[in-house]
Design a protein around this ligand. Structure first.
Ligand SMILES: [Zn+2]
Length: 635
C-alpha cells in the first residue's frame, strides 16, 4: 500500500487512485441487509459507561488529565495536566509516526505551559519537547489540534487526525501529547470533553460520557480511539454485553440493518475466546470521500473503525474486514505486550487473516463453498507473491506498522508507542498515483506489506492441521491461541509463540514452523488440512509482474529497470521514460496495466499490457462430490 507524502499537482496525475483489493473479491450482497430486524435504538449518551477499568495493574505512577474543548470541531483545544519527576525535567512527546503516516506533530500547534514555574523548550526533533519544572509536581500544558491535510478523505488519510464537518477522529498515536511512558507502565488517566454540540455523539475507547476515568497500561491509552460528531447509532447485545454501533454519513443501510450480522460475528469471536463479558465495545463506520479507496480498518482499545468507499452494499469483504478488526481485540492485544509489531506481523496479522473467514463461516455469514473460494484466493496470492520467500526480518523492515511499535532503534521518541492498534490497520484498497522526491514510503513495497498476512494465514492452516494430527484430534490451533492468552503477562514475541506451539507439536514440527516464520520457506498445503472430503488440485495462475522497477511508480515517475522479454517491454515500455500517470490493480495479473507516458513536446502516450510473469501451478481446494462429511472448516 504505497502512499505519497507530497503529491505533485493534479496535472501530472491522470489516474490518481488505483482500485485495488488485497482480499478476495466477492460481490455477494451480504445477508446483513436481508435481515431487517429493528433493534431498539439506544443512544448511549449519558449512560453509565463512562468509567472503564482496563485490567488490574499495580498502583499508578503517572496521573494524566486531558481536557478536550470541542466547541470548534475544526480546532480542538487540548489541555494536559501531569506530574513531572522529582528532578523537574521531563520529555514531552508529540505524535510522530503511526500506521505509515509520518510527521504527525504537524497537527499540533501552540504547545505551551500555563504553569508559572515551568518552561517548555523545543529540540531538534519536532516530536520531542523538553519540560523543565522549577517546582516539581503538577504541570499544565496546552496545545491545539488541527487537521493537517486537505481535500477528500481517502486512504491513508484516515491515519492522520480528522477534524471535519460532522466527524472528528483521533487516537492516542496521532493526537495525544504525553510525557514519556513505556507501553506497559500503569497510568491513571482522566478525559474530559467539554462543549460538545448537543446534536453530536462522543465515542471513545472508554465510553460515551463527557467525563471518563481509566486505569491500566499506557499502551491501552496509546491505542485508544476518540471520535464523534453527527453519528447514527444503534446498540446491539452481544452475548449479553452492549456493543455500540455508530455510522457517520449517508449510506444505503442503517446501523439497525447491519447490526445483526455484526453482532453475529462478534459473538462468534467472543465465544471462541471464552471472553463474553466485555463491558464496553464500539464500532464506528465512516465513508471515504473517494470511491476508489476500497475499505480499511484499524483495531483500537475496545473499539474498531472502518472506512468504506462503497456506501451501498455491506458485502462479504466488509464482513470479513469486521471479523478481522474485531479479532485484533485478542490477537495480539490480549496475548501480551507487543514490543515489535512488525516482527510478529506474521502472527498478529496472518493468524487474524486466517481466522477472519473461519469466523464468517462459523457465524453462518458465508457457506463452505464461499469459505473455500476465499481460502483459494489466499493460497494463490501467497504462492504468486514476489516476496514469497523473503525472511521475516526483511519483511518487518518494510511494514508500515514498523513505524510505530518498536521501542528500540533510532527513534527513541517511539519508546512509549507499542502499537497493536497499528497492527489493526488492514486495508483492502491502495490509492496512489503521483510522484514526489520524498523518501520511499514504507507502504511502497506492497507485496512485502502483504506477505505477513498471507504467510501467516498459510502457516495457521498448516499448524492447525499439525496440532490436530499430533494430538489425535484433541486440540486445534484455537487451543494454542487460548494458551497464549493465559500467559498474557509475558511479552508477545515470535519465540514465545513458537515455544507455546511446542506444547502441541513435536520439536521437529516447531523447527519447521520456525523456518516458515523466520526464513520464509514456502509453507506446504497438507492434503488433509480441510478433512477427507476436500482435494487440493493444481490450477494454472500467472504471477503478477510489472516488468520494471515498481519504485518508478512512487519516486520520480521515471521508469527504470525494465526487463527485456517482460510484458511491459513487449508493450514498448523503456527505461528513462517519464510517467504521467498509471492505473493498475496491484497484484492482479488478470487486469491490464495502463501507463501514461510523457513524450518530448509534452505529448502523452498510453501503453497497456497484462502484468504477467511466470505461469504457476497453484493448489486449489475443491470439495469431493458426494463425500458425506463435507469440508472440515478449521475451528
Ligand atoms: Zn489487521
Amino acid at each position: 500500500m504505497r502512499s505519497i507524502a507530497n503529491p505533485v499537482s493534479a496535472d501530472t496525475l491522470l489516474y490518481g487512485d488505483i482500485p485495488f483489493r488485497t482480499e478476495m473479491l466477492s460481490d455477494v450482497p451480504l445477508m446483513f441487509l436481508q435481515s431487517m430486524k429493528n433493534l431498539p435504538l439506544l443512544l448511549l449518551l449519558g449512560s453509565s459507561l463512562g468509567f472503564a477499568s482496563i485490567g488490574a495493574t499495580p498502583s499508578p505512577r503517572q496521573d494524566l488529565h486531558y481536557r478536550f474543548d470541542l466547541h470548534d470541531p475544526s480546532h480542538l483545544h487540548v489541555t494536559l495536566e501531569f506530574t513531572t519527576p522529582p528532578s523537574g525535567d521531563d520529555l514531552l512527546l508529540l505524535p510522530s509516526q503511526w500506521a505509515g503516516e509520518r510527521d504527525l506533530y504537524r497537527a499540533v500547534s501552540n504547545l505551551r505551559t500555563s504553569s508559572p514555574d515551568a518552561t517548555l523548550a523545543p529540540t531538534p526533533n519536532p516530536a520531542r519537547w523538553i519540560v523543565h519544572n522549577r517546582r516539581p509536581g503538577r504541570i499544565t500544558v496546552a496545545y491545539d489540534l488541527t487537521q493537517d491535510w486537505s481535500g477528500p478523505l481517502k486512504y491513508p488519510l484516515e491515519h492522520r487526525i480528522i477534524l471535519g464537518p460532522g466527524l472528528f477522529e483521533f487516537n492516542g498515536n496521532n493526537g495525544l501529547v504525553a510525557p514519556i511512558l513505556s507501553a506497559n507502565e500503569a497510568v491513571d488517566v482522566t478525559f474530559d470533553f467539554i462543549n460538545l454540540p448537543p446534536s453530536q455523539t462522543l465515542i471513545t475507547s472508554f465510553g460515551t460520557t463527557p467525563h471518563q476515568h481509566v486505569t491500566g497500561p499506557w499502551s491501552d491509552i496509546r491505542n485508544a480511539l476518540f471520535t464523534g460528531g453527527d453519528l447514527q447509532t444503534d446498540t446491539l447485545t452481544v452475548a449479553g454485553s452492549p456493543v455500540l454501533l455508530a455510522i457517520h454519513g449517508k449510506w444505503s443501510f442503517s446501523p439497525a440493518q447491519i447490526a445483526p450480522g455484526i453482532g453475529n460475528i462478534l459473538e462468534t469471536e467472543r465465544r471462541l475466546w471464552h471472553d463474553t463479558a466485555i463491558p464496553f465495545y464500539a464500532i464506528v463506520i465512516s465513508p471515504y470521500d473517494d470511491s476508489s479507496s476500497g475499505g480499511g480498518g484499524s483495531g483500537f482499545t475496545n473499539i474498531f473503525n472502518l472506512f468504506l468507499a462503497d456506501r451501498k452494499t455491506f458485502n462479504t469483504d466488509t464482513a470479513s474486514l469486521v471479523a478481522h478488526e474485531a479479532f485484533h481485540h485478542w490477537n495480539p492485544r490480549a496475548l501480551g505486550t507487543v514490543e515489535d509489531t512488525a516482527e510478529i506481523a506474521w502472527f498478529g496479522e496472518g493468524f487474524t487473516r486466517f481466522y477472519q473467514d473461519t469466523i464468517l463461516e462459523r457465524a453462518g455469514i458465508i457457506g463452505e463453498a464461499e469459505y473455500l473460494t476465499r481460502l483459494n484466493a489466499t493460497i494463490k496470492d501467497y504462492l504468486a507473491s514476489p516476496r514469497l520467500n523473503a525472511p521475516n526480518l526483511e519483511l518487518a523492515r518494510t511494514q508500515p506498522i514498523a513505524q510505530t511499535g518498536s521501542p528500540s532503534g533510532s527513534n527513541p521518541n517511539l519508546t512509549a508507542a507499542s502499537s497493536p492498534a497499528a497492527l489493526g490497520a488492514l486495508n483492502l484498497a491502495a490509492t496512489r498515483g503521483s510522484f514526489s522526491s520524498s523518501p520511499p514510503d514504507p507502504r511502497s513495497d506492497l507485496p512485502a506489506n502483504q506477505q505477513p498476512y498471507l504467510r501467516g494465514a498459510m502457516i495457521a492452516l498448516w499448524l492447525n492441521h499439525q496440532i490436530n494430527q499430533q494430538t489425535g484430534g484433541r486440540h486445534t490451533l484455537t487451543d494454542l491461541m487460548l494458551d497464549l492468552e493465559t500467559e498474557r503477562s509475558q511479552p508477545l514475541t515470535t519465540d514465545r509463540i513458537l515455544g507455546a506451539a511446542g506444547r502441541f507439536v513435536h520439536p521437529a514440527t516447531v523447527a519447521q514452523l520456525r523456518a516458515f516464520v523466520l526464513d520464509g520457506l514456502t509453507v506446504p498445503i497438507d492434503p488433509g488440512s480441510l478433512g477427507d472430503c476436500v482435494n487440493f488440485r493444481e490450477k494454472p495462475f500467472w504471477t503478477f509482474d510489472l516488468g520494471f522497477d515498481p519504485a518508478s511508480l512512487h519516486r520520480s515517475g521515471i521508469i527504470g529497470g525494465v526487463r527485456k522479454e517482460s510484458s511491459a517491454w513487449k508493450a514498448g515500455v523503456r527505461d528513462g521514460e517519464q510517467l504521467d500517470g498509471f492505473s493498475l490493480w496491484n497484484g492482479n495479473a488478470e487486469r491490464e496495466v495502463t501507463l501514461t507516458l510523457r513524450e518530448f513536446g509534452g505529448r502523452r502516450e498510453q501503453l497497456a499490457f497484462y502484468p504477467r510473469g511466470k505461469l504457476l501451478a497453484v493448489p486449489q481446494a475443491e470439495p469431493i462430490p458426494n463425500c458425506a462429511a463435507g469440508p472440515r472448516i478449521p475451528e
